[in-house]
Ligand binder design. Sequence first.
Ligand code: BG6
Length: 475
Amino acid sequence: MNLAAPHPFSFILFGASGNLAKLKLYPALYVLALKNRLPASYSIIGYARTEMTDESFRRFIEESIRSDMIEVNEKILKDFLSHVQYQQGQYDDVEDFKKLRKKLDDTSVRLAYLSIPPQSYTTVIENLNRAKVHEGGGAFRCIVEKPVGHDLKSFEEIHSTLLKSFKEEEIYLLDHYLGKEAFRNIYYLRFANPILERLFKNTLIHHVEISASESLGLEGRAGYFENTGTLRDMFQSHLLLMTALLTMRLRENEEGLRESRLNALEQIYLPPAPNLNDIVLQGQYTSGKIGREHVVGYSEEQDIEDHSRTNTFIALQLLTRISRWEGVPFYLKSGKRLDKKETRISFQFQEPHSIGKGSTPNRLDIILQGEAGMKVYLQTKVGGTEPEFRPLIMEDPLVCHGDCLPEHALLLLEAIHGKQEWFVSFPEVRAAWRLIDPLQSHLEKPDTPLYPYGAGSTGPKEMEGWIKKEGAGWF
Ligand code: BG6
């Protein structure tokens, strides 16, 4: 089914001049226009502190779309831009929100999208409410980007402010990984391939590696990242949700999806260890080369403190109480300024039968980003009297066939439709912070090591010994 916006809507974007809006949201909205998924009547209203007119804001959006697309359809772009307006305003001034309110018509669905630092959430939510931006139109949706909060405590504050201002069904917590076709495929692959379900159990699987490498650095988001770090930025939502999708119990209908994910998140735990350094390792990039480009180290980046201890790389070990996975270690790692962009789940199977000893254990890779595909590593005997083996790799690229939309485009359409399954629920966010908080406090202690790694490398060299101690190895 090709999902389209069925009725007029007003999309209000807080943080309209920011990086996320520029890199992801405007191109996503344009793709919806290009693919004919938008109704005849809609408006996009940017709200930010930066001084801009409607005209200069349209130029800003146009540039963001042109730099993202190989080619644009001029007619569609022109029409799309005619739906765009700008409201300059402060986040803490209710009068500015009242001016915004006047720009909204009374019939459409209203979506307020918070693409702003988590510290500003509470103020914006309260002012949306005071200025009654959510009242007087059609349905209302408040879309909040991850990470929701900075820790469990600030999450609870945002949670209660949101619930004081809006109804629970009006709130959409967005993790863009849940809008990626490849990411959702983790769930559908399990339904469509009973063979995989049979393999996914502790008697067959030795360990699982989930790895999200990025070659990009801060991309103009130093202020946000310096206060966040990789553990909160990538693990609190994307990597934990990936683990949940993989380990959760499958249900017959999508309505139970959030509950299953929640249950899986609640079953994840930190392995008992005498020292948290045995289960979490942090790093920070130094200068180096990525491809041909020489890049500076994290602490030399603009707007970053000279002696910053913010982590840009994390490796973490987790376990789950879900019975079929009991005892299988999950090794998660993610970092910025690494050698390549790749998101991958690798399953290493148990050691082969004694006759096959000496061959490499079987492995299954699901590569979600980068050279996306699935690879099965089998072993085949080479000719001769001795049982010697060589790897046989079967692979197929996982390309999206059919109705492929950018992640934010798909999620926005679902929000307009009122579909919440692929948005995160409050209890899911809470469960994730419960896991992250003790780790974050540990990493912030001055005596917890922060290992340097060169930009363009695969991460700190210490991560090799760290995982070997556990009898495993990174792929
Ligand atoms: C975002 C993080 O949620 O995800 C960024 O805030 C990160 O720091 C990005 O770069 C990665 O997303 P993607 O879609 O490029 O894998």
